[in-house]
Design a protein around this ligand. Structure first.
Ligand code: PMP
Length: 442
């Protein structure tokens, strides 16, 4: 289709200088993605002048939508004062204070530039603190691009080992040793996980867990699974790392506050930077100090980074987190509830098999019914329901052509810039999309 000539021309130009025209695999969709030109509040306008409601919000980072006036003012002020410097600044103390006050288990924090780095530094900190090698993680859980964190993130049905052995698969491009340092748990398998942690306890540095895994259809980690992880890591002398890069959206104080589980270390990113590049690792003062305090010689784990705690990100982050107070959090969660309810009603009105998942400002929509708990269950369900992928594509296209930018696999991530009327627009379009799907199937 040539309904986006400007985007098509840019894609063709990009193909000459970037493989697949791309620096970020998630932003591609066939035949070519639309190119963004301008963002304003809840809306993004493409280069062909089409304006859409943004329901991806840069994979979560834009908690207040595009160019919130107070965030823009903070960035502009900072840009005119100090952009980068090889000295510490007050701006980083301010954001650190805000986050330490907000997250019960985070007493001290250090900043980096991406969630990938936040997770990577949490893993290094756990290894440095315990002097141990192994990291346990959930199969299929995405934690960024670090070799260790990336083990067994994507489906490898031909290489799947016995889940009781917990052996992982290094991702292509990772060092072949990566998988040897990782124990793979199955999501919400309490007794299987307990056995693996007990078996490897003496060598285990940490368990890394995201309480709401996107690749698992936003199916939450069960309270029993998280309690088991807390109990067994403590018994083994290993650390519990929460990846709250995404799940910080689940509660004012993150998923930890909602779930009542206290992590030893927490990886952060996305919304804490006010839309600018950011990552962080935080945790108890005991662990953070033991590992990262450089006073009195060399820190146990070295942590540098030319752009760590850069003043622009710190300024944008502080304003954004202040604006995202409990009232803003509650209002946004209400919009999420409205969307989940509306999508479920639209599916049932059309007699469609769909599952609406997520919590707070994160909403998942999957075109099949229950698909089990684990990554393997989901991969199997996907293979058995090839039409689910086609439905998702139809749904995404319908939304794209009717003023809504949603995540192609089937998700919506909300911003405080959205209104109830915006949510209702999506729900109305969902009714249309589901009914055209039904007619196509008839
Ligand atoms: N962990 C989780 C749970 C994430 O969702 C992401 C990014 N989608 C990351 C880590 C990596 O963050 P970044 O893209 O900033 O490196």
């Amino acid at each position: 289709p040539d309904d986006h000539p400007g985007s098509r021309a840019l894609f063709e130009r990009a193909l000459k200088v970037m493989p697949g025209g791309n620096s970020r695999h998630t932003v591609y969709f066939p035949p070519y993605p639309v190119y963004a030109a301008k963002g304003e509040g809840a809306r993004v306008t493409d280069v062909d002048g089409v304006s859409r409601l943004d329901f991806i919000n840069n994979y979560s980072s834009l908690i207040h939508g595009h160019c919130h006036p107070e965030v823009t003012a903070a960035i502009t002020r900072q840009a005119a004062t100090l952009q980068a410097v090889s000295l510490p600044t007050e701006a980083e103390i301010e954001l650190a204070e805000l986050l330490c006050a907000r997250l019960p288990s985070v007493e001290q924090i250090r900043f980096a530039n991406s969630g990938t780095e936040g997770v990577m530094m949490a893993i290094k900190a756990a290894r440095g603190f315990t002097g141990r090698r192994l990291i346990a993680k959930v199969e299929g859980a995405y934690h960024g691009s670090d070799d260790t964190a990336a083990v067994s993130t994507y489906p490898h049905p031909s290489k799947w080992s016995d889940p009781d052995e917990g052996r992982g698969v290094s991702e292509p491009g990772s060092g072949p040793g990566a998988a040897a340092d990782v124990i793979i748990l199955q999501m919400n398998d309490v007794e299987g996980g307990r056995r693996l942690i007990k078996r490897h306890g003496a060598e285990l540095a940490a368990v890394l867990v995201d309480p709401l895994v996107k690749n698992l259809g936003y199916r939450p980690a069960s309270p029993a699974f998280l309690e088991m992880l807390r109990e067994e890591t403590r018994a083994a002398g290993a650390l519990l790392i929460f990846d709250e890069v995404y799940s910080l959206r689940l509660g004012y104080g993150g998923a930890q506050e909602v779930l009542g589980v206290r992590a030893d270390l927490t990886a952060l990113g996305k919304i804490i930077g006010g839309g600018l590049p950011v990552g962080a690792v935080g945790g108890s003062a005991e662990i953070m100090t033991a590992v990262f305090d450089p006073r009195g010689g060399k820190a146990k784990v070295s942590h540098g980074g030319t752009y760590n705690a850069n003043p622009l990100t710190m300024a944008a982050g502080a304003v954004s987190m202040r604006l995202f107070d409990r009232a803003a959090f509650d209002r946004l969660s209400g919009l999420g509830d409205r969307l989940r309810k509306g999508l479920a009603e639209a599916a049932s009105a059309a007699g469609a098999t769909a599952r609406v998942t997520g919590a707070a400002s994160i909403v998942g929509l999957f075109h099949m019914s229950g698909s089990g708990e684990t990554f393997r269950d989901m991969a199997k369900a996907r293979m058995e329901n090839p039409e689910a992928g086609r439905k998702a594509e139809h749904f995404f296209r319908h939304m794209l052509d009717n003023g809504v930018l949603m995540g192609a696999p089937g998700f919506f991530v909300l911003s405080t810039a959205l209104t109830e009327a915006d949510i209702d627009h999506v729900i109305n379009e969902a009714h249309v999309a589901f009914s055209t799907l039904r007619k196509a199937a008839a």
